[in-house]
Design a protein around this ligand. Sequence first.
Ligand code: SF4
Length: 505
Amino acid sequence: MQFLPSSLLELITQTSTNLPADVRAAMSIASESERPSTQSAQALNIILSNIDMAADDEGPICQDTGMPTFVVHTPVGVNQIRIRKAIREAVAEATKRGKLRPNSVDSLTGANSGDNLGPETPVIHFEQWEQDDIEIKLILKGGGCENKNIQYSLPCTLDHLGRADRNLEGVRKCLLHAVWQAQGQGCAPGALGVCIGSDRAHGYVMAKDQLFRTLDDVNDNPVLAKLEAQVMEEANQLGVGAMGFGGKASLIGCKIAAANRLPASFFVSVAYDCWAFRRLGIRVDAASGAITQWLYRDPDRPVERMAKGEGFPLTGREVILTAPLTEEIVRGLRVGDVVLVSGEMYTGRDQVHAHLMKNPPPVDLHGAVLYHCGPVMLKEGGQWTVKAAGPTTSIREEPYQADVIKKYGVRAVVGKGGMGAKTLAALKEAGAVYLNGIGGAAQYYARTVERVLGVHLMEFGIPEAMWHLKVNNFAAIVTMDAHGNSLHAEVEKETGEALAALPKV
Ligand code: SF4
């Protein structure tokens, strides 16, 4: 198996940087469904360009390269211990090359292992089969969408939908609710992998396994095929839209499996994946380890370009912001304004926010732009370079953000998915704004970074450190302003009404 290490490294690199054909096709359809010049259409333009940039430069599509999850089928008699070792080595090597972000964190100490290896990371499932080749499938599913997974125990009562009983109508309600509760936080448009039945633990495994089906396949079970089609149609009427900005493209796939259950339990387990739906697979020769076939790719079809034009067509109405920002400038911004930020920015996410609650910041944050981002960084020639740097889900910082804004004078918070009522009140009181970047557009945003000016709190590990960046024309949309307005609250209310108005089956 001398070629297995290089085959695995290629699988990881391609999965992280090059979306499969079925996801590309689904994203094209999603972008055609949006009315041009809407905020969702603008977000999709950036997303499509980002997909091209990642493939062209072999850079991570999204900076969150997720929990690497491998599903391996081996012929009887193949040494699985050797394959596991090779997978772990390939994961460490891909991390060193900046194809994966160091994402494996000790749950007790918070320490990042730095190489994506640790207890139960990466996740590897083995199965035997009666074929001659080895099949290795990989999915990279990031934290933002992983946090929007949801499990229902029927019967239950759902917001806007009422009671969900133990029947297919109850399941339908759960799946529509799953799309609604994700809003933009899981980087919509997303896809659902679903398991009806089983127990709590295996139901989630089966739900994630459904994400290995191609988005354009048709379920063998006609009852489930009908339910999948119905959920697709109805979810795309809710109006969540790309990044939760409101719009037509909310869901790009719904894949459902059913498993037997205990008489007393009826679980519906949902794995929500984002538009950056990174999954590929290979078949390798069991003797040499060389790749014999790629899965989810058509060898006769070249990788299609996704961007229809410029990634972010400028209208001339964009507001130019140069950081640090003044209160006057920030109070002049309104929800819906498109901004281009230039100047200095600081990254800060979970560990930085928790740290700032008890310690002063290592830099002066008055007038600062604070970017919720855990970038992929590499040191090249003694200099840090940004390999991927899109926004992370902001709602995780809701318990801290208001205090950080008020205490340290932050004027703009950049992230994705929006924040809650406490932050909205602090924006109004202190004179600050929330700017929504395009989630997952890690290559697009990496190109706006002109220079890495420094790094603080490096003891938290690369994704959690406070990076000091100089950016140029960083595009974002004001979705929460200093006047008490929140696009997120508005879209959540409107989509909730749309959910309630769907026909009762
Ligand atoms: S696209 Fe969004 S949800 Fe998906 S991995 Fe990236 S940041 Fe997370």
